[in-house]
Ligand binder design. Structure first.
Ligand SMILES: *[C@@H]1O[C@H](CO)[C@@H](O)[C@H](O)[C@H]1NC(C)=O
Ligand SMILES: *[C@@H]1O[C@H](CO)[C@@H](O)[C@H](O)[C@H]1NC(C)=O
Ligand SMILES: [Zn+2]
Length: 691
């Protein structure tokens, strides 16, 4: 090799590769020892394979340290790997699949991008095993389908993998060995769960909930309500002796945490509660078994996972010593910080629901106006609706919930509807619902069972209203429209209270266990209180359940309606009531009932309705309400406004011209596409399905 050629080789090497390969030896000169280490290079144009140290952050745990370039895909250097879409995919796949099939997929991909290098007789790659690829594809294919992503081309088991006979490397062997060790240490005690009283990232939360559901698969499952703006799952976990469906006469309860992303204690308590229900059920705890056997419990630990991430970043930031000094000077008030309260579109989810309370107030003097199942006005759909709100509204409409709690932080009190004041200029006006007595009782149930909420001596968080044993009417505390609890009450049968768990929205980690102890009994008692009042089935003469029949209680101007099979639940305190069942096309039937105090189970009150000739609707009523409200009740996003305004993960860009959602190019791409479309390489269309 003459000098000119030597220089050219050097320049090319510097350009294409800044890795420390061969820098211990002058280029072009190679002693036998270096050659055996693969540190020798002839002209790169010849592409002679070399073994070098793995230097890829996402592939640094493969159980071997040397790899080869070019690799199986033909990448010639570390940079080439790092700037490609395959490596980018491996670096984000854990998040995209929400921890599912992690780290397996990453390890499999790394075995293609950075296969082990075998030096004898000359540097060659050892291909990963086809059997490992096929097993993983079988187990994880659905996870890719779940996010509408194609199985990546470079994990094609036929193309880039080898059979055992050909000699292959099992990329998951090391991982399996590790898992077996941890499994065998776990199997000493199969049932008890060690609850980790720490904060959980979103990925950890998903993984704990999924593991809990699979450990208790006979009484539990997880399901997704939808996705946040940034594409995170709104993952719910359900407990029931028959998970996956509604059972006749079995009431349904929901618990929602972290609606405000910076109010994080409720989220953790609900993650612990899910684990507690599972392990106690398995251990034979009678109380837990009775609850789960007779109730369907749904837990949405985080309604705002995007806001949570922002709040965590803010808290970490504030632990920065420099920042702390500054904050102390400013007298930072933990209570007033709001970073992460809203979702990623800066929408406060607890102001984002349809304001049905105003509609009620406007119409309350009209005699026939129904105060239950008020339809969502069409105008609502033209406003900005968060995907989190949308998903939760669909959820609330699709399950016959009876009772609910939304867990918040920043105060220590239970508030109950209405949250919106009945007088527009009165910010702090007592604004009760027709179910004031039942709501008060429910709020007290939580507050009294909580270790310190009902205690008058407990130091409060600075608000100056008078509390009545730790409970308050929401509007009397402070009035706001568009809240979730008012919506639950006026749109469905569900009674929802708001639990303010304490002054500190983001308590230190050491507080998590004591807080769990303070709230455990309260959460249990609250869920059990769904079995108060009466329940029953409304049937026709042939014995079929009547769906959508009204159950009204004299003196309480709020009806509940029957579910799919004619079953209903009516939360009531003890007392004597006249209860009437009615349905369009049927006779009305009334019953007088007496509910003694301290009833353990709900009273069973069934109704049998006879068919009658339908009377034409009175003309006056028709004038006031052109279409009956039950018909409009079924209307949900009738103009597809929500879809037009952009799906989660695809925020619509203003100024792109035309209606954003109608551009087919944009509409067809899944939410994760933005990860790859701006990364500076040609877009990996191989990730798209059906292309
Ligand atoms: C709950 O249901 C399971 C399954 O039917 C049963 O084995 C268990 O004894 C029940 N527990 C209670 C307390 O009713
Ligand atoms: C707290 O104060 C309220 C109102 O003054 C009172 O009704 C209640 O009984 C008190 N609770 C306790 C536990 O002392
Ligand atoms: Zn809140």
């Amino acid at each position: 090799m003459d000098t000119t050629e030597y220089n050219r080789v050097l320049v090319v090497l510097i350009l294409i590769n800044s890795l420390p390969i061969g820098n211990s030896a002058p280029q072009g000169f190679c002693n036998p020892e270096q050659e055996s280490l693969g540190e020798c290079h002839s002209s790169p144009a010849e592409e002679k394979p070399v073994c070098i140290d793995i230097n890829l952050a996402y592939c640094n745990d493969l159980g071997y340290s040397r790899t080869i370039f070019p690799n199986i895909l033909g990448h010639r250097s570390r940079q080439e790997v790092e700037s490609g879409p395959e490596y980018l995919l491996l670096s984000v796949i854990r998040g995209l699949l929400h921890g599912e099939c992690s780290p397996d997929i990453r390890l499999l991909g790394c075995s293609v991008l950075a296969p082990p290098c075998k030096n004898q007789p000359s540097p060659t790659s050892v291909k990963p095993c086809r059997s490992a690829c096929e097993a993983l594809k079988k187990g994880c294919g659905h996870a890719f389908e779940g996010i509408d992503m194609a199985w990546p081309y470079f994990l094609d088991c036929d193309r880039f993998f080898a059979s055992d006979e050909e000699g292959c490397h099992d990329p998951l062997a090391q991982l399996r060995a590790k898992q077996e060790v941890s499994l065998s240490s776990l199997s000493l005690d199969k049932t008890s769960t060690i609850i980790q009283f720490t904060y959980h990232t979103n990925a950890q939360m998903y993984s704990v909930l999924k593991r809990t559901a699979s450990k208790c698969s006979h009484i539990s499952r997880t399901y997704s309500l939808g996705r946040s703006v940034e594409g995170k799952d709104l993952l719910a976990i359900e407990f029931s002796d028959n998970p996956g469906g509604h059972e006749l006469l079995e009431p349904e309860v929901k618990l929602v945490g972290n609606m405000h992303g910076n109010e994080v204690l409720g989220r953790q308590l609900l993650i612990y509660l899910a684990q507690y229900l599972c392990s106690e059920y398995l251990l034979g705890n009678q109380r837990i078994q009775t609850l789960v056997n007779t109730t369907r419990v749904h837990i949405l630990a985080s309604m705002n996972p995007d806001g949570y991430d922002l709040a965590v970043a803010e808290v970490e930031d504030s632990n920065d010593p420099e920042r702390q000094e500054h904050d102390n000077q400013e007298g930072r008030e933990l209570n007033s910080w709001t970073v992460g309260r809203t979702n990623a579109q800066n929408l406060d989810l607890n102001r984002n629901f349809p304001d049905l309370t105003s509609i009620l107030y406007r119409n309350r003097r009209i005699n026939q106006f129904r105060t239950d199942h008020i339809p969502i006005p069409d105008s609502y759909w033209f406003g900005k609706i968060a995907p989190e709100t949308y998903a939760v509204m669909k959820w609330i409409r699709s399950v016959p919930f009876v009772l609910s709690a939304s867990l918040h932080g920043g105060e220590l009190v239970i508030s109950y509807p209405f949250d919106f004041s009945r007088h527009i200029h009165e910010d702090r006006m007592f604004s009760p619902t027709p179910d004031e007595q039942a709501f008060k009782q429910l709020a007290r149930t939580y507050a009294d069972a909580h270790a310190s909420m009902a205690d008058n001596n407990t130091e409060r968080c600075g608000a100056s209203f008078i509390r009545n044993g730790g409970i308050i009417n929401g509007a009397q505390w402070y009035s706001f429209p568009g809240g979730m609890s008012d919506f639950n009450y006026l749109h469905t049968n569900c009674l929802e209270i708001t639990v303010e768990l304490g002054c500190d929205k983001f308590p230190p980690e050491v507080e998590l266990y004591p807080e769990w102890l303070r709230n455990k009994e309260a959460l249990m008692s609250f869920m059990e209180s769904v079995h108060r009042g009466i329940k029953g089935v409304v049937k026709d003469e042939e014995g079929y359940g009547i769906k959508g029949a009204s159950i009204s209680v004299r003196g309480i101007r709020k009806d509940v309606t029957t579910a799919e099979d004619g079953d209903y639940w009516r939360l009531l305190n003890s007392g004597t009531y006249i209860v009437t069942a009615s349905a369009k096309g049927y006779s009305r039937v009334s019953k007088r009932i007496r509910l003694p105090a301290h009833l353990e189970k709900p009273g069973r009150v069934d109704f049998l309705l006879k068919k009658v000739q339908v009377r034409p609707v009175e003309p006056d009523y028709q004038l006031l309400f052109p279409s009956s409200s039950l018909d409009t009740y079924e209307r949900f996003d009738p103009y597809n406004q929500f879809r037009r305004n952009g799906e989660p993960g695809e925020p619509s860009e203003p100024g792109t011209g035309g209606e954003p959602g109608l551009d087919p190019e944009r509409q067809e791409k899944p939410w994760w596409w933005s990860y790859f479309s701006q990364a500076g390489f040609s877009a990996p269309t191989w990730l798209l399905r059906n292309v």
